[in-house]
Design a protein. Structure first.
Lengths: 509, 359
């Protein structure tokens, strides 16, 4: 078996597979729409938390004038990301605004009224990647505020620094784009293959890896062809691999399994196998940052769904309100049942169209009734389709039953926490049971229980520490008292002896 | 503009649903059913319709008592399918009340007492069949010769048929006949050697095509096989259960036949029996009462096949399908508990994989 996995690394044609997964209708309505630039919107709202980790710290005030590309939010701590002004204008508020998230909770946000001039400030100092050290490249990526643009939004520089901890040999570029509807990565690879290849090579240099695999799903032949034409950069050779069109191919561990045949152990990183996965759009952002000093202030967003007048792929400034992007695409032709950020399998629903586009927004979908799902739920008939579809080898119907019975520990025992919430089970369930939704709920509940338990333990520990401390103090006091008593007694005795000596002396006289 | 719906992902669906599954199964059953109905004439048609209608009626009553949404659940097709499968296992000229009693047992006791669709431990149609077989041994084993085929006879007319199903029954002596399995069984008991018994029986081809006496829809192994293959092609079922049922029957029967050819019929004799075919493709594959994993399905299928052979060879009944299925139904929860898929990134025992080791 070991031999098989090595074959995956050295035989370019070899592709493996993973169990489960589904083949949803791809509905890539916008795949023939060239990337277009959107004019500067009337208002820009830049949330300070667009990434996994700690939110950035605002470094501008109300009424400040900012230039395009100017740093306005500074990364706080090791897992955080810089935020830059997407265009020039006046800061009209540094406060809170509705997050681009179903919760609709307010997040710290900098609101900018663009002046329409779109005037660049000083670019980031450029770097010649041919001469730069890995540390310099990673620092540049961090400076540019680049995060994983496939939607995970993990700060990319942190992943580029993994070489310090693991022995890395392979960089995998995720161009699978397995979510239906989304075409932004496809278009980017078709239109900017040279720039992406350059970005990939720069990242490979930062990681110190020897081989690069670019994985693209078989339903994007033009992207495969385009990347194939530009498979050399900075002396690296990019191996373009066609992977089957199957959801969730874009899942990091499943992509690695498909490309190399190697399975990442549960709760481990692919880096432990020596493999790091980055998104194709992230590679493009790295190229722009290193070669041109452009921070991460825009991205390509797919606007699609039957509710949209004109499906499109739009290069959009970060912070553009969803409503303005929709208006740019002709607005809505039909009232959508659901408005999504991201794809239909894992995208986040939103209600407020004024929320901004952020670094991780790969799509805006306005799905009509006919494109979404029925709401009638039938009983589970144990057909086992969810078990067949689960790419993790879980038994979703059983997890659901246990969660419904409030048996969270039992659910955890049969793999609740291994779920990646890809949604294959809910997609395939003939009874329309909200399986992954229930699992999501249970994971949240379990996390809450854990954190409460942790808090209680913490409180207990603190209380115990205080008791111990108080006891120690009391003990010290007692000891001091005893010492003083002893001293007093000794002194008394000495005095008594002295007095006695004196009396005796007198008596002698 | 109303605000868009805030519902958790996924926002799309395969559009595959329970009713479609049921309809697909019915479509795949229809060739064998049509053949059976044509084969056994009007009484069979009446019995078929009465059984399905009764199933639907009992489904509606049970849903009403349980306080469940009647229209949505009654139209999911599961009750009709249960009635359909039950009817196919009944003797074709059985009186109407056999079908109605069977439907009541299947729907009320077999299904709704457990909590309705998806909750039943045992296959409802097989619960009914087994109970009828035990309670009504005469009615359940009175077979008629088919209307078409080598030993065909002219069937009863419409009114006469009404009398057979709803009246006092038929002049059975005129048409009664034994099923192949019961014939073998009784004659073996009488001490005849297997060779002579087989020589008296119709050819294997006739049995395979279905020109033999038997249950309403279980005579034609050929059409059941064709329907079953359609189910596999439509991806309603996987090949695992049918293959393991038929495979284990064939291997066990073959081994027994090789050891004692005068005591056991040859393995192909078992496979041409429609009831095994029916069981392998349509009964054992019932989602609710079979295991969900591939390995579990294999264990389950092999168990059913082995039990069918054991009951047929040494049991008190000539036909063992119902009992075999029920016994393995009882094992399903156990199988599902122990036979699980391996979780990605973990060993079978649930520990994370070691680095450098491949699953």
């Amino acid at each position: 078996m070991r031999k098989l996995s090595l074959a995956g690394l050295f035989n370019p044609a070899q592709v493996f597979s993973f169990r489960g997964g589904i083949h949803p209708e791809t509905r890539k309505h916008s795949s023939e729409c060239a990337i277009e630039d959107m004019p500067v919107p009337s208002l820009i709202r830049v949330p300070l938390q667009q990434h996994i980790g700690v939110e950035a710290e605002p470094i501008v005030k109300r009424d400040d004038l900012v230039l395009k590309g100017q740093l306005i939010g500074k990364a706080r701590g090791p897992v955080s990301a810089n935020i830059h002004a997407p265009t020039s204008g006046r800061v009209i508020a540094v406060g809170h605004f509705t997050a681009p998230h179903p919760s609709g909770l307010p997040v710290p946000t900098i609101t900018i009224r663009p002046d329409g001039k779109d005037e660049w400030g000083p670019r980031l100092p450029r770097l010649r990647p041919e001469n730069a050290t890995p540390e310099e490249i990673a620092a540049k990526v961090a400076e540019a505020g680049i995060v994983g643009m496939g939607g995970a939004t993990f700060p990319s520089a942190v992943k580029l620094n993994l070489r310090a901890k693991y022995e890395l040999h392979t960089l995998v570029i995720n161009g699978a784009e397995c979510e239906p509807y989304l075409t932004c990565d496809d278009r980017l690879m078709r239109e900017r293959p040279e720039e992406i290849a350059d970005g990939i090579a720069i990242m490979a240099r930062a990681l110190g890896v020897k081989q690069i695999i670019v994985a693209i799903e078989s339903n994007k032949p033009q992207a495969i062809e385009a990347m194939g034409r530009h498979n050399r950069a900075l002396g690296y050779e990019l191996r373009i691999k066609t992977v089957p069109t199957q959801y969730p191919m874009g899942s990091e561990k499943h992509l690695v399994k498909t490309l190399t045949g190697r399975e990442t152990p549960a709760r481990a990183l692919t880096a432990e196998l020596g493999i790091v996965v980055h998104n194709a759009a992230t590679a493009h952002a790295v190229h722009l940052a290193v070669r041109y000093g452009e921070p991460s202030i825009s991205r390509v967003v797919t606007v699609s769904g039957r509710g949209i007048a004109r499906p499109a792929n739009v290069r959009t400034l970060i912070g553009t309100p969803v409503a303005e992007l929709l208006a740019h695409c002709g607005g809505l032709v039909e009232e959508p049942e659901r408005m999504l950020l991201g794809g239909p399998m894992m995208g986040l629903p939103i209600q407020n169209p004024r929320v901004p586009i952020v670094k991780g927004t790969n799509g805006i979908l306005a799905l009509t009734r006919s494109e979404t799902r029925d709401r009638d739920i039938m009983p589970c008939i144990r057909c086992g389709l969810c078990v067949q579809a689960c790419p993790l080898g879980l038994t979703p119907f059983e997890l659901n039953a246990r969660i419904q019975a409030s048996d969270l520990d039992g659910a955890a025992r049969v793999g609740l926490l291994d779920c990646i919430t890809c949604g294959c089970c809910s997609y395939t369930c003939p009874s329309n049971i909200p399986l992954v939704q229930t699992i999501h709920f249970a994971k949240g509940k379990l996390a809450e229980q854990e954190s409460r338990k942790h808090q209680q333990e913490q409180a207990k520990r603190l209380a115990a520490a205080r008791t111990a401390r108080e006891e120690a103090i009391a003990e010290a006091k007692r000891a001091a008292m005893a010492k003083r008593k002893a001293e007093m007694a000794a002194k008394k005795q000495r005095e008594a002896e002295a007095a006695k000596d004196a009396r005796e002396g007198e008596a002698v006289k | 503009m109303t605000a868009p719906l805030l519902a958790s992902a996924p926002h799309t669906h395969s559009r595959f649903n329970v009713s479609r599954t049921m309809i697909a199964v019915m479509v795949c059953l229809s060739p064998a059913t049509a053949f059976g109905l044509y084969h056994f004439g009007w009484p069979a048609i009446f019995l078929f319709l009465v059984t399905i209608a009764a199933s639907l009626l009992f489904e509606v009553l049970s849903l009403a008592i349980a306080g469940k949404p009647i229209f949505r659940f009654a139209t999911d097709g599961s009750a009709v399918l249960t009635g359909w499968i039950l009817a196919l296992t009944l003797p074709p000229w059985a009186p109407w009340w056999v079908g109605v009693t069977g439907a009541a047992i299947a729907i009320v006791i077999g299904k709704h007492v457990f909590g309705g669709l998806g909750q039943n431990l045992f296959n409802p149609a097989m619960v009914a069949r087994a109970m009828l077989l035990v309670a009504l041994p005469v009615e359940m084993t009175t077979w008629v010769a088919p209307l078409v085929g080598p030993d065909g006879h002219t069937g009863p007319g419409f009114l006469e048929s009404l009398a057979i199903t709803f009246g006092g029954g038929a002049q059975f002596d005129a048409v009664s006949s034994a099923s192949a399995l019961s014939q073998v069984k009784s004659q073996l008991d009488a001490g005849l050697p297997m060779e002579r018994i087989l020589a008296q029986m119709g050819s294997l081809q006739d049995q395979f095509y279905g020109f033999v006496p038997g249950s309403l829809g279980e005579t034609s192994a050929l059409l059941l096989l064709a329907g079953g293959l359609c189910l596999i092609l439509l991806r309603i079922i996987t090949v695992v259960i049918p293959l393991s049922v038929l495979g284990s029957v064939f291997l066990l029967a073959g081994a027994a036949w090789l050891i004692a050819p005068d005591q056991f019929p040859p393995p192909q004799f078992h496979l041409v029996s429609g009831s095994v075919m029916f069981c392998a493709f349509f009964i054992a594959t019932d989602y609710v009462t079979s295991p969900v994993t591939g390995m579990g399905k294999m264990i389950y299928g092999i168990g059913i096949g082995a039990l069918i052979f054991v009951i047929r060879s040494w049991g008190a009944f000539p036909e063992g399908v119902a009992f075999a299925v029920l016994l393995m139904n009882a094992c399903t929860p156990l199988i599902d508990e122990y036979v699980r898929p391996r979780i990605f990134g973990r060993t079978r025992s649930g520990k994370p994989l070691d680095l450098g080791e491949k699953a």
